[in-house]
Design a protein around this ligand. Sequence first.
Ligand SMILES: Nc1ncnc2c1ncn2[C@@H]1O[C@H](COP(=O)(O)OP(=O)(O)OP(=O)(O)O)[C@@H](O)[C@H]1O
Length: 357
Amino acid sequence: MAQQQAQTSLPDDAISLPLPIIELNRLTKRYDGQTAVNGLNLTIAKGEIFGLLGPNGAGKTTTILMMLGLTEPTSGRVRVCGLDPTRQPLQVKRRVGYMPDDVGFYEDRTALDNLLFTARLNRIHPAPARVQALELLERVGLSDALGKKVGAFSRGMRQRLGIADVLIKRPEVIILDEPTLGIDPEGVRELLQLIRDLSRLEGLTVLLSSHHLHQVQQICDRVGLFVRGELIASGDVDSLAEQLDDDRAITVELEVSGWSAELGERLAGLDGVLAFNGSAVNDGGAGESARGETAPDHGTVRFSLRCSRDLTTAAAKTVIESGANLHAVQRKQYGLDDIYHRYFEGGGTVDRNNGKT
Ligand SMILES: Nc1ncnc2c1ncn2[C@@H]1O[C@H](COP(=O)(O)OP(=O)(O)OP(=O)(O)O)[C@@H](O)[C@H]1O
């Protein structure tokens, strides 16, 4: 009881809430009557890695440009590090590092020279700039290439140099627009790991735009799904899947020998079955059938049930009780990946009510 009283008497400000670094309220941008960003509300906390995920043309770059003060919102409010980018673009630029999808470097200059040039632009004294540039080149794994001309760099090397380039001014926030574009899978893995380490070690806030769910999933604390200028869901990966897939349908897959039409009917009739599908295994691969009863009697059949609840045990029991042989049973819950493709296939068409398969 005494403990409870002590807890309730704590002042409000004793509860540490994550500090918002980026705040967007009802942010809207229209270009010649076309709405690129529509009433966007989003808060990103200090130290967070946030993934802005969406297909081409969703409005990700436009949102980023508004955060940087490079394009003016039609309406709504943006705050980055507590600053208004439209009115205080230079202050924002000092605190935010931006890496566009195609970073521009002086191709005929070395990696080190390019970093020193950026340092000069940011008014960093030459001596500490050199120390910092060498340190950053090491951090991004380019120490061996510091004297190499950037024109000879691979896409992955350029992106890593791009990260060093945005970090040289020691920003609080880094915004990376499609950072993994055109990099091979191994390079992508290394780059994402680097971004995550930087954020974790230095408390750096990262906003990453991408249309690759897998990449965003690997490193982001939270993801926002952006489609046609609207944020249709945001949260950690699990909560995102829940928000988008209201019925959380589960698929149960069975492989059964000694199949009978009667068994097909019993399985399809289980309470909670939304849809079903069966195909014969032992007939040379042919014989895909939409309904269990058309599969051959006594043969081996792969049967799949889409269910509103987990029917794995009930389905297995039904098979065994029928006297057929259950070779395999597998429960599959659709992940964010399936949901993402369901929403974004067909160029980002979204119909939250009818878009589900
Ligand atoms: N300067 C502009 N003038 C007119 N329309 C524009 C302009 N910039 C963007 N748009 C339009 O706004 C919409 C959003 O574009 P935006 O580049 O922000 O999307 P995105 O999600 O970043 O896509 P991508 O990954 O292809 O860059 C698109 O329909 C685009 O054609």
